[in-house]
Design a protein around this ligand. Structure first.
Ligand code: AGP
Length: 614
């Protein structure tokens, strides 16, 4: 939800920190701040409401020297977005600065205890309680910073990724994590710290992923040292990053979201590569092969996810039930984690998450494993918390997704779920060769088919001008494309702030049709599939009540062309992979309407790319 960055080495820290904050701004952007440590122990801190650019303006003509520093871009959890609640937060003596991503659930109890000891607070945040607690312990116990941090974190209930500076130790940054992500970059005589690898990759590809309850002692000129909250030294596992800086740039596009929409022919190619051959119907997923018995003996699959990933899960349900003939339930992770589910070792839980850091999904995984279920991850970010918390899994390999609205990750998730259904079906002998050939041929042709669908961009840009200022939208779909309707509605509302609802098309007559009038446009997903006749009558029901209809149809569909107000033609594809193709016009429609409305497409208000708190 928030982004934190740190640097200690022989360069000026300020520029590195600010550039890092820009890379993390998609995680949260209502306020930002930086703390800079000079070699003599002088500590300066600057913070302001607004985006990172506002912080840069605020830092003009300030003393921004220092070869060590920490910085933060915020998505408010406790305390409104303003200058006082912005991070870094300082201890009473101003000798300790701290930035935090996460939520301290027992902060009120800790705050009251500190107030009884005479501590006073400037902000409404949980984070200030932590930095004050660290100083209180350090002063009271006359101990080192690392000892004070360790003892303070033992008192904390909740999630945190923190970085701490102390004027007593100007050559040191202390970092720690529990449930919120933290990556340490190891450079030549310098260290980097960030909520994910994107601020680090341009300096080094050697990284360490901090684990829960670990504390890192990052000392200029010394080897990285990691201990547990119980003061047990742990090994430093160094990983090599497989991403490039160019993947983080906009590449000439006006927004990351549009770049990522147009990347999808390549990202789907990358997602499939090595998993289905150039010919034949065999699907090879190592996560399935290494756990054959689990998938052979599974009686039930439960998919847990949030948001767009949950929509992908709904499509995964249909695919796995139809192809692998295993009963599948799909749960919101936030509901599942508190539902006291009946789980058995014959259950497989599939957790879907682009970021691999969504708190509710991570919590659902931990609970499922505690109940003995086998947990399989479908993630994008390599080495993410969810990827490391599951028993096995399949990465979607679509590269860093920066735009808050998920696009290429969604199509990557659906593609992996299609291959997963086939791999399990082939293992269990439930899929006919003819069906497997049809689906794998269609998967191989996906990049070409997506390129065809992307040709709708100019038509949709023009169409979006008609619907820029409507207040409500309805999205209808059936079968595999009912989840597509939900996803199309979510795309529109999260970046254009227009209310939109997705419904199963046949559900209209049970109430929602009362909404239809000339002010309520309806997007109908109507590819040429087995329910085509049914969806035509749904369109006619909308038109009969004065509603306008934008229909996504299979190329050459003359019937719907005669009744809909606008048609968007997509290539003819098997129903099982139609959601991938259908999502292209849905993504473009949301994008262009939001741009026409002047919305911040890559960083929509109130949202963050990765929801790492409850
Ligand atoms: C999708 O456009 C949203 N950004 C959001 O719903 C997202 O899908 C959800 O927060 C889940 O994120 P995850 O896939 O990283 O777990």
């Amino acid at each position: 939800m928030c982004g934190i960055v740190g640097y200690i080495g022989n360069k000026d820290a300020y520029d590195i920190l600010i550039k890092g904050l820009h890379r993390l701004e998609y995680r949260g952007y209502d306020s930002a701040g930086v703390a800079l440590m000079q070699d003599d122990g002088k500590l300066n801190g600057y913070k302001s409401r607004g985006k990172v650019a506002d912080l840069e303006a605020f830092c003009q003509a300030k003393d921004i020297s220092g070869r060590a520093g920490i910085a933060h871009t915020r998505w408010a959890t406790h305390g409104e977005p303003n200058d006082v609640n912005a991070h870094p937060h300082f201890s009473a003596s101003k000798n300790i600065a701290l930035v935090h991503n996460g939520t301290i659930e027992n902060y009120n109890v800790l705050k009251e205890a500190l107030q009884l000891q005479g501590c006073t607070f400037k902000s409404d945040t949980d984070t200030e309680v932590l930095v004050q607690l660290i100083e209180y312990i350090k002063t009271t116990n006359k101990c080192s910073l690392i000892e004070a941090v360790r003892e303070a974190l033992k008192e904390v209930i909740g999630a945190y990724a923190i970085a701490v500076l102390d004027t007593q130790y100007p050559d040191q940054i202390i970092a720690a994590r529990k449930s919120s992500p933290l990556v340490i970059g190891i450079g030549k005589d310098e260290f980097f710290l960030a909520s994910d690898a994107t601020p680090i990759i341009e300096y080094t590809d050697k990284v360490v992923y901090l684990n829960d309850d670990e504390i890192a002692i990052i000392q200029r000129g010394k080897e990285l040292k990691i201990i547990t909250i119980d003061n047990v030294q742990t090994t430093v596992d160094i990983h090599t990053l497989r991403m490039s800086v160019s993947q983080l740039e906009k590449g000439g596009y006006p927004h990351f979201m549009l770049k990522e929409i147009f990347e999808q022919p390549r990202t789907i190619h990358d997602c499939i590569r090595g998993r289905i051959g150039n010919t034949g119907s065999k699907v090879t997923l190592s996560g399935v092969l290494e756990n054959r018995d689990k998938f052979l003996n599974a009686h039930r699959i439960i998919i847990v996810a949030c948001g767009t990933s949950w929509h992908a899960g709904l499509i995964g349900k249909r695919l796995i039930q139809e192809i692998a003939r295993i009963p599948v339930e799909v749960e919101y992770a936030s509901e599942f984690r508190y539902s006291n589910p009946v789980l058995t070792p014959d259950d497989i839980v599939i957790a879907i998450s682009q970021s691999g850091e969504t708190a509710d999904t991570l919590a659902a995984i931990k609970m499922a494993r505690k109940c003995g279920a086998f947990v399989y991850g479908v993630c994008n970010v390599v080495g993410s918390s969810i990827a490391r918390a599951t028993d096995s899994g399949t990465y979607i390999h679509v590269g860093p997704e920066i735009g808050v609205a998920s696009t290429k990750a969604f199509t990557g998730q659906v593609t992996v779920l299609t291959m997963l259904a086939l791999a399990i079906g082939q293992l269990r002998g439930t899929v006919k060769e003819k069906e497997a050939v049809e689906i794998t041929d269609a998967l191989r042709s996906l990049p070409k088919l997506i390129r065809q669908a992307l040709k709708l961009n100019d038509d949709i840009e023009r169409l979006s001008g008609i619907y820029t200022y409507v207040h409500n939208f309805l999205y209808l779909g059936r079968g595999y494309n009912y989840p597509s309707a939900l996803e199309g509605a979510l795309k529109l509302k999260e970046i254009s702030y227009i209310h939109a609802e997705g419904y199963p098309a046949a559900e209209m007559k049970h109430g929602p049709i009362a909404l239809i009038d000339h002010e309520l446009p309806t997007v109908v997903i109507a590819p040429n599939d087995e329910l085509h006749e049914k969806i035509i009558s749904n369109i006619q029901q909308v038109k009969a009540r004065g509603g306008s209809v934008i229909a996504i149809v299979t190329k050459g569909d003359k019937t719907i062309a005669e009744i809909a107000d606008h048609i968007l033609e997509i290539p003819d594809v098997p129903e099982t992979i139609s959601p991938v193709i259908v999502s292209i016009p849905l993504q473009l429609l949301a994008y262009h309407i939001a741009v026409k409305k002047g919305c911040n497409v890559d960083m929509p208000r109130n949202l963050a790319k990765s929801v790492t708190v409850e």
